[in-house]
Design a protein around this ligand. Structure first.
Ligand code: NI
Length: 138
């Protein structure tokens, strides 16, 4: 952490009570860390909204591997973008369902496009892209 600045914030009492409840539920022991995390989250969000920003993230997919050629289709799509997909984790959830977590990296626009295509593939039951930061700028 760099040099610390102390700031005073005027905030509606009822709003602050709700905020305190929220952060207590999430396990924060003080407001300062919760404020810092909220600010970082917004900065990261702003960063990856720029199409050329370099981002890292994960794509989570749940699918039924019995759907005809689905596993093969998903694997082919990943090979087409091997520069952007750094690693994959595959878990056989039950007899039918698979969970896959892909670690992705690259231009924000490219990463989003790959994630959207994977998630939209017929037979994928649920998918989610989570973009985070390399942490270098925070
Ligand atoms: Ni599986």
């Amino acid at each position: 952490m760099g040099e610390l600045s102390r700031i005073g914030v005027a905030i509606d009492t009822a709003l602050l009570e709700k905020f305190d409840e929220l952060i207590a539920g999430r396990g924060y022991t003080n407001r300062s860390e919760a404020f810092r995390d909220l600010i970082r989250d917004e900065l990261i969000r702003q960063e990856w909204e720029s199409p050329d920003a370099q981002v890292v993230g994960t794509v989570t997919l749940v699918y039924d591997h019995h759907v005809r050629q689905l596993s093969e289709r998903l694997t082919n799509m990943q090979h087409d973008h091997h520069h952007n997909i750094l690693s994959t984790l595959h878990v056989h959830l039950d007899h039918d369902n698979c969970l896959e977590v892909l670690v992705v990296k690259g231009r924000s626009a490219a990463v989003r496009k790959i994630a959207e295509a994977l998630i939209a593939t017929k037979g994928v039951k649920h998918g989610r892209l989570t973009i985070t930061t390399t942490g270098a700028g925070l």
